[in-house]
Write a protein that binds this ligand. Sequence first.
Ligand SMILES: Cc1cc2nc3c(=O)[nH]c(=O)nc-3n(C[C@H](O)[C@H](O)[C@H](O)COP(=O)(O)OP(=O)(O)OC[C@H]3O[C@@H](n4cnc5c(N)ncnc54)[C@H](O)[C@@H]3O)c2cc1C
Length: 474
Amino acid sequence: MMTAGQALAAIRTAVGPKGWIDDATAMEPYLKESRGLYRGHCAAVVRPASTAETAEVVRLCAAVGLPITPQGGNTGHVGGGVPEGGIILSVGRMNRIRTIDPLNHTMTVEAGCILADLQRAADNIGCLFPLSMASEGSCQIGGNLSTNAGGIAVLRYGNAREQVMGLEVVLPDGQVWNGLRGLRKDNTGYDLKHLFIGAEGTLGIITAAVLKLYPRPKARETALAGMTRVENVLDLFAQIRDAAGDTLTGFEMMPRIAVEFSCRHTPGVADPFGKPHHYYALIELTSSRPGDPLRDLLQDELARAVEGGLVADAVVANSLSQADALWKIREAIPEAQKHEGGSIKHDISVPVSRIADFMNLAIPRMEREIPGVRVCAFGHVGDGNIHFNLSQPIGADKQAFLDRWQPINRIVNAMVADLGGSISAEHGIGRLKMNQLREFKTEPEIAMMRKIKAALDAGNIMNPGKVIPPQDKR
Ligand SMILES: Cc1cc2nc3c(=O)[nH]c(=O)nc-3n(C[C@H](O)[C@H](O)[C@H](O)COP(=O)(O)OP(=O)(O)OC[C@H]3O[C@@H](n4cnc5c(N)ncnc54)[C@H](O)[C@@H]3O)c2cc1C
């Protein structure tokens, strides 16, 4: 019988020197979660160059029960890619675009492709790959699919799950499932790819995917509107959605404090308005039809909203660079918030019709719980998704503030549950929310998840200790 040490030696041989990292300094970036909440440990970071090498690594791990933590760009927010022993299997060297089929509007790509590279590849053939988020320069498509990532264009195109037509997966016993079918119609029983999308590496390693392409937008208009109340933001959303139909691609909300954080801490980011507003909506319309009069539409609707008292002030970008500058205010928020001390985070969703209720309940409650707390609740409001983040009171002790993370989470999560929402809109469960899952999934749901996990990964080697709460604590 092979020992774990022998398996590691065989893995090292299988992947060669380019695929093996066990030097402490070189391993360090792989061991930490992007927000610094978790730091793990493992025997080695293994970086196979192909699906065949990945399958061999998994087969060797399965033989000795060695845990595998899959990792992509390591930009996840919930500790899902942080190992607790075993090996990290980083898919970053598998980064080829295997084929592009312009007529079928698909591309077949390897899991380690950086999201921004895939967007560029689509653009190069006059198409759009619409998945987009602030981490796109470093997150990888395997990670995006494993977390069913959302981002800024979900309103129009759906989340990562909706961009996938087929998958290739290395299963926990080392078998390769080739499901790389580029079919828009395929009703042949269970749609297995959906098990692996959003599974956060607990069921297998995604090694490649067939992704959907869309017509590239020929027109794009971006605007920022300043408003007084959260209800105004939602009324404006409904108005613009009615007028713009499916050209409404993004609708993001930012409170004043988020704009202040971005402007204060991000070189080149500036508030385009002369005076402050309590809330801002960042609106993007796109159309693949050349000459679509989006600008007139957006200007007319914003003028109507100003006349009706819904919007206090609005600006429509005059150029691509102005549009990018408006987006930069939004995209800079997560990084800017780090400069304001500790931050207790929530990635929640509620039905769009309950967002105002949530904000009007949760903000005063947080201000009562932690006097001086700075609520920075921003996000993809058109999807009902709010990053309900709390920055520590000015001058407060950072650690004492962060120590309240769990009790504050419980209060916010209970409000979310009352409003029919979710405690994880787009970042997943990982390690951070694993125990909270018990309170938000029904018994049959958790039982089904356990059965699926046990059926595919009887040895529990694929990302153990993540997503599925352990049985004995129920
Ligand atoms: C600045 C910033 C902005 C962000 N904005 C958004 C946003 O708008 N929307 C959003 O959804 N997320 C956002 N995120 C979170 C993060 O970028 C996404 O979750 C992203 O999809 C993770 O991709 P990754 O390659 O970094 O995955 P990783 O962090 O490496 O891994 C994430 C999870 O997937 C598993 N995994 C990774 N690759 C594979 C694979 N090939 N097979 C099986 N399992 C795998 C890991 O084990 C882990 O559980 C943001 C993060 C940052 C830092």
